[in-house]
Design a protein around this ligand. Structure first.
Ligand SMILES: [Zn+2]
Length: 359
């Protein structure tokens, strides 16, 4: 029987955190720093790591074991299993301690930490385990005579304290927030990075970024999409905090991030735009349309979002002009003075001067 130890996976997850910080840095490179202090927002990073993120095929009459070790007793461990194959898309899954694992191997009665061990299509388990380990996650296809099963296994665990990478990510996001508040006035909001059980991000207007989203983008070789998504959520948040009626409109949030990236116009920002378009173009429209019918997702089909972005890019000056009107009342005085002293061709100088007079 095959066994995979989880320690290599831990390093993988930590690399992800690092690349996220780097991308934010690239995007922020152009925000000029002033001496103002940003008020309000806090950054919370869940000190969790992904232990297993793998798709495997388990042949009929066999089982697969993953060893989990070094867990924090009492902290959250999350296990998600997706199965396809066979008549019913199901498999038995057990989480065993050392004693019960040896009972399982000897084909004796055993106790498992997972309730309802038969996973049909998909199950998610949230556990709080009493010891650091080792534990054995067994995916058991021995009942099956003919069918192999394709299984996606995802295991995350909360550490008892943040790692260096968690701390670096927190610092990166705090820097991002600080620079943002040197640029704009806005009521404070918090930022969260955590495992969510899905590849997603949210604005409420607090912003949540899921580790799963970072991992998914990384796997597809599209690292800047994380930063793009974060700025999309920022669009929802700022428009809402500034009291604009379109804050919950998905196309408006896409337009917000596009214009921001076009205004920054540094190499990191341009790469982010290219990668966002290619990420959106890679989605399959037919599957998305199906998902839209069953979920209440308000985003346009990805291919349409990609087309929008390319169109906005082609009319960049017009886009910047329109959004500049929205930004000016919220740009810090110091920054407005800077812009006034060296305006770009698309900037309405009259708008800047009027705003400065008004203050
Ligand atoms: Zn959105």
């Amino acid at each position: 029987m095959r066994e995979i130890n989880s320690s290599m996976k831990i390093q993988y997850a930590q690399r992800l955190l690092l690349s996220f910080g780097l991308i934010l840095f690239l995007l922020l490179y152009y925000l000029e720093s002033a001496h103002a202090n940003g008020g309000g927002g806090n950054v919370y990073i869940e000190p969790s790591v992904t232990l297993i993120d793998q798709s495997i095929k388990i042949n009929p009459g066999t089982y697969m074991t993953y060893t989990l070790d070094g867990l924090t007793p009492g902290a959250k461990t999350g296990i998600k299993i997706n199965v396809t194959g066979g008549m019913n898309n199901d498999i038995f899954a057990y989480l065993l301690d050392t004693e019960n694992y040896s009972r399982f191997i000897r084909k004796q009665k055993f106790l498992t930490y997972i309730q309802n061990s038969k996973v049909v299509y998909q199950n998610a388990f949230e556990l709080s385990l009493p010891q650091s380990g080792p534990y054995y996650l067994v995916l058991d296809n021995t009942n099956s005579i003919l069918s192999s099963k394709n299984v996606q296994v995802y295991v995350m665990s909360v550490l008892n304290q943040p790692s260096e990478q968690h701390i670096a990510l927190k610092k990166g996001l705090e820097e991002f927030y600080g620079k943002l508040s040197e640029m704009f006035d806005f009521p404070g909001f918090n930022m969260y990075v955590r495992h969510c059980g899905e590849e997603n991000a949210f604005s409420s207007p607090d912003i949540t970024i899921c580790f799963e989203l970072m991992e998914g983008a990384y796997k597809r070789g599209n690292r800047t999409f994380i930063a793009w998504t974060m700025l999309h959520e920022l669009g929802h948040s700022l428009l809402r905090l500034w009291d604009y009626p379109l804050w919950d409109n998905e196309d408006a949030a896409d337009e917000f991030v596009t214009v921001l990236v076009l205004m920054w116009n540094n190499s990191g920002a341009r790469v982010a735009l290219r990668q966002a378009v290619s990420e959106l173009l890679s989605k399959r429209s037919d599957l998305e349309a199906k998902a839209l019918l069953t979920r209440s997702d308000r985003h346009s089909i990805s291919i349409q979002r990609a087309r929008n972005i390319l169109q906005w890019e082609q009319n960049a000056d017009d886009l910047k002009r329109r959004w500049f009107k929205i930004f000016v009342p919220h740009i810090k005085t110091y920054q407005l003075q800077q812009l006034k002293s060296k305006p770009e061709s698309w900037m309405d100088l009259y708008l800047i001067e009027n705003e400065l007079k008004r203050r």
